[in-house]
Ligand binder design. Structure first.
Ligand SMILES: Nc1ncnc2c1ncn2[C@@H]1O[C@H](COP(=O)(O)OP(=O)(O)O)[C@@H](O)[C@H]1O
Ligand SMILES: [Mg+2]
Length: 272
């Protein structure tokens, strides 16, 4: 195991330094995953650049969560490997923030106490992080709710709390698994815009899982399309739309061209 890890440390550094390109933040290398005899993912291969907003788009059941949980180190691949920075992912890491489909807040803790949870779990300095938590609650319009309990909040507000919680430790990488899919369409649009605003400020590397073509096109620098099981990557599309993006961009022809491209990639795979 050790010699293998050492080899990972060396190679990307040399080659990318020579080319003058920043090393990718995340590399998924020929990753496959089987659950018993169900083959969920077949040889997924992609890299995510530092600061890039990447979406993984595909129909439900195609293996998106499986892939994301392997990047998070919460699930081990059957074969292949995930490398973050220069390190092989072999378990959960402190420098990754994860936002799940449902916000999973602790019901007996206030909003502020929920946001501070990772700080406590990782024994990080409290003062500095309370300040950061306040800032995050302010930009997500939750300032006045810091001392409320989750049950006093709407679904959208709870999901914003879980985003604050993922960001409070200033993770290098933010992984989001269909974080807005339980929300109504209007709230969902608002949350998307808020997420982009946060991303514009903090510039994390983001991997965002969604089954919504428009959501992927609106948010992302790049969209990876996954086909049906066993899932492979069927398209990799760069979304070259200007930023910051307002919702009105969805009415433009370039936006809708991307939507068509993504839809065709999904449908082409369906036909097989
Ligand atoms: N723990 C598990 N045990 C067995 N099969 C699983 C498990 N988790 C997911 N699967 C199967 O793997 C496939 C991909 O699931 P998942 O990654 O959740 O897809 P998605 O997130 O795209 O909806 C599905 O067919 C699902 O039934
Ligand atoms: Mg899923």
């Amino acid at each position: 195991m050790l010699p293998k890890a050492a080899a990972i440390d060396e190679t990307p550094n040399r080659s990318t330094a020579a080319a003058g390109i920043a090393a990718p933040a995340v590399r998924v290398e020929s990753v496959s995953k089987a659950y018993g005899d169900i083959e969920a993912i077949r040889r997924a291969d992609f890299a995510v650049a530092e600061g890039e907003f990447l979406s993984i788009l595909g129909p439900s059941g195609c293996g998106k969560s499986t892939l994301l949980m392997m990047v998070a180190g919460l699930l081990g691949p059957s074969s292949g490997r995930v490398v973050i920075g220069e390190r092989l992912v072999d378990g959960p890491r402190a420098d990754i923030g994860v936002v799940f489909q449902s916000p999973v807040l602790l019901p007996w803790r206030t909003v502020m106490e929920n946001v501070m949870l990772p700080v406590e779990m990782q024994h990080l300095p409290r003062e500095a992080h309370v300040r950061r938590a306040r800032e995050l609650l302010a930009v997500t319009h939750l300032e006045e709710f810091a001392n409320r309990l989750p049950r006093e909040l709407s679904g959208g507000m709870r999901q914003r709390v879980s985003i604050c919680r993922a960001l409070v430790i200033d993770p290098r990488i933010l992984l989001m698994d269909e974080p807005f899919s339980a929300l109504d369409a209007i709230t969902r649009d608002e949350m998307g815009q808020e997420l982009l605003r946060l991303w514009q400020i903090h510039r994390k590397t983001v991997i965002f899982v969604t089954h919504s073509i428009r959501e992927a096109a609106f948010l992302s620098d790049r969209v990876i399309v996954m086909g049906r099981r066993p899932a492979t990557i069927v398209a990799d599309v760069r979304i070259d739309l200007p930023r910051p993006r307002a919702l009105s961009i969805e009415e433009t022809e370039p936006f809708n061209r991307y939507v068509r491209t993504l839809r065709q990639a999904i449908e082409a795979n369906h036909a097989h």
